[in-house]
Design a protein around this ligand. Structure first.
Ligand code: CO
Length: 513
């Protein structure tokens, strides 16, 4: 059947991944000794963390890896991680950190021992690598090389081409016993958490011209799962959706002529909280012959406001919209209701420049990557009055918390990654924020680059921070990666396990007990 323009557009509207963005700051001066490692094949000194953007092609299973320290005996599950691991296919390169081929990793714990396994997600792009040795499908910031024959005969030059199974390299969700990898295409890719083999997508799941979120929320008290969809094709806008036992409900549709880029949202007992930022999709540009990869069709419109939108969970519909000066956020930290107010905490960037800063060329060269502040917004429900302040001094990204206990509720602690002030390099510390005291505590080690810290509560824990943090670290000096286990109460190291190779920087993961 011949494809219509709309079909092509629908297939083409993958804005992929988005992922979390880590932080990095940039070298403001010459890199210090010990911070760089010479690449033996070239005379260019690259920062030690550049190894985190080098492809890892090998799939392995290591039944027992070396451990320093003592892994708590009560830790008996797996840390599952998702992230890009292949940044080129043959001579063809992916342009952006968000574009690399998804790889799943599992660190599993049993009786104080640790095993490691990794496996590529079997996406359409993966199979194009294996069978055709080329980049065949579009990613966020990469299009396949143009096929001259197709252009001559079709006249349609460069609309993105999407695979059936997305390169879901951003997050992992556990839902009703199923493990699902996500990107920002609303098609989850299921996998087996033990062997990390891809189980595939459900029949009939297609993208239909919309984007979704890699960060859905689940409310264990009500059994509802919340997510959103962004319609890129007119009537364009943002749709908030809840699902309960497979039954879907549309809570609100917010029309947007130029849909804004969105990566996550907040959830309180009463509201779905959207932070809608003026990083807007330009459909006209997207349809023009000279458009680039998908992300290049978004425009930062600085003089437009960022909107905080409250959608009523019970009744549906928009309860309140407030505006503030433009800022950009990938990640919500938490949100909750309190005395006629709604509290919304996000990792706030000045603008969308952080996406631009994460092109592989720039990041490998050690260019400056903007940092995010821990920003609290308070919305008074009666009159819509908005106030805001930054809660801690340290930068924060890839935020995590004691999710089951505090999501949507008053809370005290959050964890994340960041860059110490004045340093030069990529994410180089783990941060614990105490929002009650407005203080932060950090873990850092020279030449070591940590990833998103996942909080695991200790069985029988009484306090919010009684548990451990699990973070995959890259040791730039030893040129290999490992798993760091911290006591979340004091951010001190309990144990560290090492693998004999590097693990490229990933985005998100979860602990499955
Ligand atoms: Co994210």
């Amino acid at each position: 059947m011949a494809k219509t323009r709309r079909d092509l557009l629908i297939e083409g509207s993958k804005v992929a991944a988005a992922a979390a963005v880590a932080n990095a700051l940039a070298p403001t001066g010459p890199l210090g000794i010990g911070q760089t490692l010479a690449d033996p094949r070239s005379k260019i000194r690259r920062p030690g963390y550049a190894l985190g953007f080098k492809s890892l092609k090998r799939e392995t299973y290591l039944p027992r890896i070396g451990v320093d320290g003592k892994v708590p005996k009560w830790l008996t599950g797996s840390l599952l991680r998702n992230g890009p691991a292949l940044f080129e296919i043959g001579e063809e390169k992916f342009n952006h950190w968000f574009d690399g081929l998804a790889m799943l990793h599992a660190f599993s714990f049993h009786n104080g021992k640790v095993s490691y396994r990794n496996r590529f997600l079997r996406s359409s792009q993966y199979w194009a690598w294996q069978k055709e040795g080329r980049i065949k499908f579009s990613e966020l910031a990469t299009d396949p090389a143009p096929d001259p024959c197709r252009q001559i005969f079709s006249g349609v030059s460069t609309l993105p081409v999407l695979g059936r199974i997305p390169n879901a390299n951003v997050t992992i969700e556990k839902l009703a016993g199923e493990f699902r990898a996500h990107t920002e295409i609303p098609i989850p890719v299921r996998f087996n958490p033990k062997f990390l083999n891809t189980l595939g997508i459900k029949d009939g799941e297609t993208m239909q011209g919309r984007l979704g979120t890699a960060h859905p929320h689940f409310d264990p008290q009500t059994g509802e799962r919340f997510s959103y969809e962004v319609e890129l094709v007119p009537p364009s806008g943002l749709r908030i959706v809840s699902e309960k036992r497979g039954k879907r409900r549309e809570l609100a549709f917010i029309p947007q002529a130029m849909p804004g880029y969105l990566h996550s949202f907040g959830l309180t007992r009463r509201f779905v909280v959207i932070v809608s930022q003026p990083f807007n999709f330009n459909l006209a540009k997207f349809l023009s012959p000279d458009r680039g990869p998908i992300i290049t069709n978004y425009e930062w419109q600085e003089d437009q406001p960022t909107r905080l939108i409250l959608v009523d969970r019970k009744r549906g519909g928009v309860a309140r919209t407030v505006e503030t000066d433009s800022f950009f956020a990938f990640h919500h930290i938490n949100a909750y209701d309190q005395d006629g107010k709604v509290i919304v905490d996000v990792c706030a960037h000045k603008d969308a420049g952080v996406i631009d800063a994460l092109y592989l060329k720039k990041i490998r060269a050690g260019n400056k990557v903007p940092q995010a502040r821990y920003r609290r917004f308070e919305i008074k429900l009666s009159n819509g009055k908005l106030s805001q302040r930054d809660l801690i001094d340290a930068y924060i990204e890839l935020p995590q918390k004691n999710y089951d206990r505090v999501n949507g509720k008053h809370y005290r602690y959050a964890y994340g990654v960041g860059l110490r002030r004045g340093s030069s390099g990529f994410i180089d510390q783990l941060v614990k924020a105490d929002v009650k005291k407005g203080e932060s505590r950090v873990w850092r080690e020279w030449g070591v680059y940590p990833g998103e810290p996942v909080f695991v509560p200790r069985p029988g824990a009484k306090t919010e921070d009684d548990g451990v943090l699990l973070s995959v670290i890259l040791d730039g000096r030893r040129r290999k990666s490992g798993l760091l286990i911290l006591d979340a109460r004091n951010m001190e190291e309990i144990a560290r396990a090492s693998v004999p190779h590097h693990i490229p920087f990933g985005f998100h993961g979860l602990y499955a007990s």
